[in-house]
Design a protein around this ligand. Structure first.
Ligand code: SF4
Length: 352
């Protein structure tokens, strides 16, 4: 499929009708642990409901279903109220992560007035903020405007892969490595911090190729990043990846592979971490048999940046079947998920 065809196909999967949602309230606010100040601590996470990512007007990334959380009619007044709700949920947490189903720095999604209101509200209450953005909004004028508020900010960019071919034909990111590198340099020049997101196992490539791709992307992005978050695929609704998965043409990555990447990349200058969404679940990173200890160790070692326990546990596992499956899949043209197909067929009514 040509890249334009792919983009249009993915665009066609975005549902036209949005479920009713309260425009004055964030999609969700919760607390979790992260290490944005270099140690694990309670962090408030807030997803603001906005009009969503600018890329949705043309297409979407092949794994992105965040459009499910957007609303077309959000105006500044709604976002002021959402900021107030976040403010009231802070408690004693000193660190905040903001997600928007798009880019916090896109002035059409979060206007300068809302952005300034947000930073003014956070002043004195929090010591570190993470916001996410596509590279096109990482502009000098916007960064200078944020700097006036004197709050340390880490900007997160979804590089996903340092391989432009994968970015274009597998992820449909609408971006390039060069755009990431330019944005990363500007972030550093302006005195901000950078978190780089990498996507582990986009569609159409084998798990072995995906491991190699993440490891190569870590090496390229490490010199610019304060930390690198490896996000294993989590299958979201109304996405290309979900369509492939339902047809048995995509299998989410294995947790053993994620552990392997973390162990192999843990000696880098900046922290490599992973807090998998949907870990152990059918739609998330999982092995054929759920290994809670492995998942817990992945999260614990990411938070503490100490991978010795994970290494020890990983070395104790019998990986012969895992290695066999990965080698076999790597030789196949289509990434067929035979295990899931067999399970689905055996559950289907044709046998009854
Ligand atoms: S850039 Fe981010 S929000 Fe926009 S479509 Fe891609 S993953 Fe989704």
């Amino acid at each position: 499929m040509e890249s334009r065809e792919l983009s249009l196909y993915i665009r066609g999967l975005i549902p036209g009708d949005k479920k009713d949602a309260d425009a004055n309230r964030p999609v969700s606010v919760w607390k979790e642990l992260d290490r944005l100040r270099g140690f694990p601590e309670k962090t408030v996470v807030c997803i603001f409901r906005t009009t969503g990512c600018a890329w949705y007007r043309f297409s979407a990334c092949s794994m992105c279903g965040y459009f499910n959380d957007t609303s077309d009619n959000i105006i500044d007044e709604n976002l002021f109220k959402q900021v107030d709700e976040l403010y009231n949920s802070l408690g004693d947490a000193r660190v905040v992560k903001i997600f928007t189903s798009g880019s916090f720095l896109d002035p059409r999604e979060v206007s300068p007035s809302v952005r300034n209101y947000f930073f003014e509200k956070m002043k004195g209450k929090v010591d570190k903020i993470l916001v996410e953005s596509r590279t096109e909004y990482i502009r000098k004028d916007i960064l200078e405007d944020i700097k006036r508020h004197n709050i340390p900010v880490r900007i997160a960019i979804g590089l996903e892969s340092a391989n432009d071919y994968i970015m274009k034909y597998s992820i449909n990111k609408g971006s390039t490595l060069k755009k990431y590198l330019d944005a990363a340099r500007l972030i550093k020049e302006e005195g901000f911090e950078l978190r780089t997101y990498l996507l582990f196992k986009p569609p159409f490539i084998s798990e072995l190729s995906a491991i190699a791709d993440v490891e190569n992307s870590v090496k390229i992005s490490a010199q610019y990043s304060n930390d690198i978050s490896i996000n294993p695929m989590n299958i979201q609704k109304n996405t290309l990846v979900e369509k492939l998965w339902k047809k048995g043409l995509y299998r989410p990555p294995r947790m053993i592979s994620l552990a392997r990447i973390l162990i192999e990349m843990s000696g880098h200058k900046y922290p490599v971490l992973s807090y998998p969404t949907g870990g152990g679940k059918e739609r998330g990173v999982h092995d054929d048999k759920f290994d809670k200890k492995l998942l817990d160790l992945i999260v614990k070692s990411s938070l503490e940046q100490n991978f010795s326990e994970l290494k020890e546990y990983y070395s104790s596992l019998d990986l012969s079947l895992y290695n066999y499956e990965l080698d076999l899949e790597d030789k196949l043209l289509l990434q067929t998920d035979y295990n899931t197909l067999v399970k689905r067929i055996s559950r289907s009514s044709i046998f009854y």
